[in-house]
Design a protein around this ligand. Structure first.
Ligand SMILES: O=C(O)CCC(=O)C(=O)O
Ligand SMILES: [Fe+2]
Length: 368
């Protein structure tokens, strides 16, 4: 994002952000006010509706890698190989023993729940501006015609600390700022350790990616999926790939919502209590020259319970040119598969289009 510092506060250049989303109604409010049937704009085309999960998909769900983070951090060879395979074949994995204390996870979940419980008028004080995607609202609404997701969200730039725009933070909500701050710092450490391991796997020193990417920034997207009377007609978040380097997701322990596209099928990611879900974003797919995969995923809803998740996107500076790393290119055996592009140009293209199911990295793939 183009940022200017004024009186110690960070201001955005008007109109020069990552993109914008058209304002639409709060889904939580539709539910609060009561509705007889799901409004038309939320009813997906038949091909996009979430079908019931087959027994094969449930079986495949059990294969999604689970990595012991504490072993990874100690350099355990078996765990490092597991990480390599997870990023190549799945693009998604869960991590246990990640070192983020349960009490920090709980505080984060409670803070998010308290925010979404606020009356609409309160939340609207933090509404996204006309030209940006930070704040309370809905993402990826780029046309008046497109189908809408059954989800409200609040997106906050969390790291580095100077990047925060506290105008979007509900500072009056007891404990919110502390909880988000504490969690975001902890989760960034996790992302950095994974990056260090990926650096080694990509043939560099532990700090290889850090040197290339610079200090990673973080955007925290907190998603609220209200229950839906016809969950088979709607999606919580439409299929998309994440545009950053890595995403670390905190989800409810007892509600299944996240699904990933694996070998053409939608596979649920069953929550493991107190584990975190990690996925490779587009930037790492590009830097790894396509070896590590940024996978399409979506969230579905259910009839009974609201679900809340927090996606911490670790991403690079807007001005960085991203492209396949030297260590991942071996011409003519493995030529570069992606064009080099300035990150801001990439992310603007990603956010300007409706998530239409294709991994966004198609935008910069070199056609062979
Ligand atoms: O809520 C989820 O499980 C997924 C959220 C997500 O994919 C995102 O915020 O990018
Ligand atoms: Fe995502």
């Amino acid at each position: 994002m183009d940022l200017k510092v004024e009186n110690g506060c960070i201001k955005e250049d008007k109109g020069l952000g990552w993109g914008k989303s058209l304002p639409v109604q709060s889904v939580q409010e539709i539910v609060r006010n009561g509705y007889l049937s799901v409004p038309e704009r939320y009813i997906q085309e038949i091909k996009d509706r979430p079908s019931s999960i087959s027994s094969e998909s449930l079986q495949a769900s059990l294969q999604i890698p689970i990595i012991d983070f504490s072993l990874l951090a100690k350099g355990d060879e078996h765990e490092t190989r597991k990480l390599d395979l997870a990023c190549k074949e799945w693009g998604f994995f869960q991590i246990r023993n990640h070192g983020v204390q349960v009490k920090i996870l709980q505080k984060m979940k409670a803070a998010m729940a308290a925010f979404f419980e606020l009356p609409l008028m309160e939340k609207k004080k933090f509404a996204m501006g006309a030209n940006d995607l930070e704040g309370y609202g809905q993402a990826y609404v780029v046309s008046e015609e497109q189908k809408l997701d059954w989800c409200d969200l609040v997106a906050l730039k969390t790291l580095p600390l100077e990047q925060r725009n506290l105008n979007f933070w509900p500072l009056n909500l007891p404990g919110f700022k502390e909880a988000v701050e504490e969690y975001s710092i902890e989760v960034q450490k996790v992302a950095e350790e994974i990056n260090a391991n990926l650096s080694i796997l990509m043939g560099m020193e532990r700090d290889g990616l850090k040197r290339y990417q610079g200090e990673l920034k973080q955007l925290m997207r907190m998603n609220y999926y209200p229950p839906c009377s016809s969950p088979e007609l709607v999606v919580g978040v439409s299929p998309h790939s994440d545009g950053g380097s890595l995403t670390v997701l905190l989800q409810d322990d007892d509600i299944i919502g996240l699904q990933i596209k694996h070998k053409g099928e939608w596979i649920p990611v069953k929550p493991i209590p107190n584990a975190l879900v990690v996925n490779i974003g587009d930037a790492i797919e590009i830097m790894s020259n396509g070896v590590y995969k940024s996978i399409e995923h979506r969230a579905i809803t259910n009839e009974k319970k609201a679900r809340i998740s927090a996606a911490a996107f670790a991403y690079v500076d807007d001005e960085l040119e991203i492209g396949p790393l030297d260590s991942m290119v071996d011409d003519p055996h493995r030529p570069p598969m992606y064009k080099k592009i300035k990150y801001i140009d990439y992310i603007r293209q990603v956010l300007a289009r409706k998530m239409d199911g294709k991994a966004h990295t198609d935008l910069v793939k070199i056609q062979t």
